[in-house]
Design a binder for this molecule. Structure first.
Ligand code: PMP
Length: 407
């Protein structure tokens, strides 16, 4: 009976959020969860999302009927263009199939489930994740029965990319492995390959006939430029890879709780491509039906309203620049405060890293000490959410870091 069910550990991130909420100290700072905050540490509803929300609320024809199994077609079509680029050969040649999912998590899950069921059946399969990666990758892949290993990614010495380690491990991986890649703004490190490094990574993946699986949760949020943040995926498509993409709208639209996301499967150019994609789509539809029947409507409607209207789209881009711009300002401010204080160590990685997160290099012991002494909450691996910093607390945080590093 259920009496035999063992206690599972609490999710570390959501546990951290709960501890922050319980803390009654007025100085407390939340650098844990990966959600954007404005300069007053408040959640920010993107103005363009508010506008789309108003449009939807005033639409007399809007109802609460089921969406199709693959989701809202205007949304999935616009999502393809967003991630692959409007003139993508893959779209023109009908080599892409897309399903709306429960945000990025659901897209990663649907992709993993599909691969578990159909990819290289009958042979030993192995997925490779960056070390470190978004912790949920491990759970999602193990829940569908796909074994995994990791490839080196973060160099503790340079606090940048361990490019040689990454490439040589991907090179040595068994042929046909699934290689999970963060398209931009790597979580948790904030470290991305350069375009030249991406080209080399693509070369090795091709040589070993690996299958690239892109996780894109921060397009536009990282650099403020959608094409730039989508560059790696578009390059792989240009190179003719068969691949899949898990796309999230949580961060770049601030639609966290609405769970808007999309899964894309792209096959290589061939005379057979269109029919391959049709068969893949038919199987994905069955998986989706058994998992969620059909995806939630509201978040996808909001994103779709914006993505399909040129004026709203331009306004969204401005909102993205505002979020990424504030985060970049906080990177500069934190680095210069630490350098002003003469805090031991180098701090250039704070501004070299990109996106929501920075891997500070603080040890678990230092993280716990800062939590206890200064009421600053960050994950044990020393990751901070840059969005939790603002002009009111960045100096306070820098001083707390300075203190613990000197102890
Ligand atoms: N992948 C990565 C790398 C992420 O950082 C996130 C967000 N934390 C996700 C996927 C998916 O998040 P969500 O399900 O909220 O879209």
């Amino acid at each position: 009976g259920a009496a035999a069910v063992p206690q599972a550990p609490e999710d570390p991130l959501f546990g951290l959020m709960a501890a922050y909420r319980r803390d009654t100290d007025a100085r407390k700072v939340d650098l844990g969860i990966g959600a954007y905050r404005d300069n007053n540490a408040k959640p920010w509803i993107l103005p363009v999302v508010k506008r789309a929300d108003d449009i939807l609320r005033n639409d007399p024809d809007l109802n609460h009927e089921y969406l199709p199994i693959a989701g809202l077609a205007e949304f999935t079509t616009a999502s393809q263009k967003l991630v692959l680029g409007g003139n993508s050969p893959a779209i023109q040649e009908k080599r892409v199939t897309s399903l709306q999912t429960i945000s990025g998590t659901g897209a990663v899950h649907l992709g993993a489930l599909f691969l578990a069921k159909f990819y290289n059946k009958g042979s030993d399969r192995l997925a490779y994740f960056s070390d470190p990666t978004w912790a949920n990758h491990f759970q999602i892949f193990s829940n569908v029965g796909l074994p995994y290993k990791t490839y080196p990614y973060f160099s503790h010495k340079t606090k940048g990319l361990d490019f040689d380690g990454m490439v040589s491990t991907i090179q040595d991986a068994p042929e046909g492995s699934i290689i999970l890649l963060h398209a931009c703004a790597h979580n948790p490190t904030g470290v991305d390959p350069t375009q030249d490094q991406w080209k080399k990574i693509a070369e090795v993946i091709r040589a070993k006939k690996h299958f690239p699986f892109f996780d894109t949760a921060y397009q536009g949020f990282a650099s403020g430029d959608l094409a730039r943040d989508g560059w790696a995926i578009r390059y792989f498509i240009e190179q003719g890879f068969e691949l899949c993409i898990a796309q999230s709208y949580a961060k770049n639209f601030g639609l966290y709780g609405e769970r808007a996301g999309c899964f894309h499967f792209v096959t290589s150019p061939s005379s057979d491509a269109e029919s391959t994609v049709k068969r893949v789509a038919s199987q994905l539809a069955i998986l989706q039906r058994s998992e969620i029947s059909n995806p939630p409507a509201y978040g996808a409607r909001i994103a779709s309203t914006v993505l399909n209207d040129p004026k709203l789209f331009a306004e969204w881009e401005a909102n993205l620049r505002e979020m990424s711009g504030r985060i970049k300002e906080m990177r500069t401010a934190l680095r210069s405060k630490l350098e002003e204080l003469g805090t031991p160590g180098t701090w250039n990685h704070i501004t070299d890293q990109i996106g929501m997160f920075s891997f500070t290099g603080l040890t678990e012991q230092q993280v716990l000490k800062i939590r206890e002494d200064a009421h600053v909450y960050m994950t044990k691996n020393g990751r901070i959410s840059m969005a939790g910093l603002n002009t009111n607390n960045v100096e306070y945080f820098a001083k707390a870091v300075d203190k613990v590093v000197r102890e």
